[in-house]
Write a protein that binds this ligand. Structure first.
Ligand code: GLN
Length: 530
């Protein structure tokens, strides 16, 4: 069985097409289907790995090492699946494939064109997961009407024509804005957006309306009439307190039944509502834990999307609520602010802006025994901090920030020395590491071997490990006995730095052990102080 659900968006961007798709995917999963999602982004970058987080938010890393859109994180967390290179596509990558083929003579003298060559390649990629799941949900990034999105829409139109009606379900996600002055929800932008889509040749089976207020029956009727869909196929997607409540909101509007009806599929098992119940239970908490995330993109939560999710998930599993504040590492008053927090996290990053602030925050966490979690650059900063302040190597630094430093405690990975292109060339994806017995990391993971995702060019310099050990820094995990993967500090309730990105491994039902341990110690500390 191979069924396809297409998700397009209209009116404005950032409507949560990924969350809508993943919510429907979740419902279908709870009916027993194997579901996965594929993202198509219309920009020319080959992947978002080289993009500034201000442009794109977090770069998500798949286990097989693709640098991808943050929506893949949403797919993984909602569906508890693993995504791969096959789940992420961009115009740049698609054009590159076609142009490489052209250069190799593959097209045998033909003029290579958007239609059919680019659209054929897009259609080929629509099929990427067909043998691995029952239903592929295909999210087309951008907004209908964008010039750069046209080849994807055209490919979706052709795909629809070339396949059976019952194999494809098309969903359009739009905005129904509320005009406060008139106390009215407006359907006109949705009408225009659907018209635009129909001009291209795609008539949606369902319209998901993002709205701040519930759509009443008459409004649904109006949208249905003007947009050529059944009234029950106009779905109210009101802003929710938690994104994980959306599957239930869709279930209550029978979205899953409508989709299965058109796709002519029957549930494979009795619908399991336990997921809804468990998700709801996360909303109940008795204590708040305040976490400071000290980074470069303090005003852009999306830059740290998976970290945010991981902290929330871990806190919820411990019947607590994480109050997360993103503090600018460059802010002069940073240290004064840190006093109010139960835990400090320094996330990954590139470039030296804010690094000194991050190091100061780590000194604060270390000296005042505040639980600390350093991720990738955050871990590297903690090694610099310990080297400077405990091992007395005053100019200790990373070669990323000062190539000439006398004490390069963080050095470039050997495999990275001759890398010329910046895109897609880091140490990327899942690697195994072996944990040392009786360390905090071992206690938390409850395993001696772990596999986590990486995205970096630098590493802890093994030449300094013995010296750092003497001042209390311990390497609690290595990759193949050579590459330090986890560091921890003795005589501290929770001081852990990891070279990898544990945040990509959190799931609502399976909090990541490092995040859970981190929040747990913060809660215990808090209790002690009360
Ligand atoms: N800039 C550092 C490196 O390349 C850390 C990368 C990261 O935090 N993802 O090693």
């Amino acid at each position: 069985m191979s069924k396809y659900i297409f998700i397009t968006g209209g009116v404005v961007s950032s409507l949560g097409k990924g969350i809508s798709g993943a919510s429907i995917g979740k419902l279908l999963q709870l009916h027993g289907f194997k579901v996965n999602m594929i993202k198509f982004d219309p920009y020319i970058n080959v992947d978002p790995g080289t993009m500034n987080p201000y442009q794109h938010g977090e770069v998500f890393v798949t286990i097989d090492g693709a640098e991808a859109d943050l929506d893949l994180g949403t797919y993984e967390r909602f569906l508890d699946v693993y995504t791969s290179k096959a789940n992420t596509n961009t115009s740049g990558d698609i054009y590159r494939t076609v142009i490489d083929r052209e250069r190799s003579g593959y097209y045998n003298g033909a003029t290579v064109q958007v239609i059919p060559h680019i659209t054929d390649e897009i259609k080929r990629r629509f099929l990427a997961l067909k043998d691995k799941c029952d239903i592929s949900i295909i999210e087309i990034g951008g907004t209908v009407g964008d010039i750069e999105g046209l080849p994807f829409m055209e490919a979706a139109r052709q795909f629809q024509l070339e396949n059976k009606k019952e194999d494809i379900f098309s969903i359009h996600v739009t905005l129904v804005p509320y005009i406060a002055g008139a106390h009215e929800l407006k359907t006109k932008p949705t009408q225009h957006s659907v018209n635009k889509l129909r001009e291209i040749g795609i008539s949606p089976d369902m319209i998901i309306c993002r709205t701040e207020h519930h759509l009443d029956k008459s409004l649904k009727k109006k949208i249905a009439l003007f947009c050529n869909v059944r009234e029950d196929c106009v779905v109210d997607a009101m802003d929710a307190h938690s994104i994980y409540y959306i599957p239930e909101a869709f279930y209550n509007q029978k979205v899953d039944t409508i989709v299965m009806e058109k796709l002519k599929i029957k549930p494979k098992m009795k619908f399991d509502k336990a997921w809804f119940v468990k998700i709801k239970s996360f909303g109940k908490f008795s204590v708040v834990v305040k976490v400071a995330v000290v980074g470069k993109y303090a005003d852009l939560k999306d830059a740290y999307k998976s970290i945010d999710e991981s902290l929330n998930i871990a806190a919820a599993a411990l019947k607590a609520k994480a109050e997360i504040n993103y503090l600018d590492a460059e802010n002069k008053g940073l240290l004064g602010k840190l006093k109010d927090y139960d835990a400090i996290l320094v996330p990954g990053g590139f470039g030296n802006r804010g690094v000194e602030g991050k190091i100061r925050a780590i000194t604060d966490a270390r000296e005042n025994k505040i639980p600390f979690l350093g991720i990738c650059l955050g871990m590297q900063c903690s090694v610099i901090e310990v080297a400077r302040n405990l091992a007395n190597l005053k100019d200790a630094n990373s070669m990323e920030f000062c190539e000439a430093t006398k004490h390069p405690v963080i050095k470039i990975l050997d495999e990275q020395k001759n890398v010329k292109y910046v895109g897609g060339t880091m140490r990327l994806g899942s690697y195994k590491s072996q944990l040392r017995k009786n360390t905090l990391a071992h206690k938390l993971y409850k395993s001696l071997e772990i596999e986590e995702r990486h995205r970096h060019r630098y590493e802890v310099n093994p030449e300094f490990v013995e010296l750092l050990k003497k001042v209390g820094l311990y390497i609690s995990a290595y990759h193949k006995d050579v590459l330090p993967e986890i560091i921890e500090m003795k005589n501290h309730p929770f001081f852990i730095g990891v070279q990898f990105h544990p945040e990509f491994g959190s799931r609502p039902m399976r909090p990541h052990p490092l995040f859970k341990g981190f929040i747990n110690v913060a809660l215990l500390n808090k209790k002690k102080q009360q």
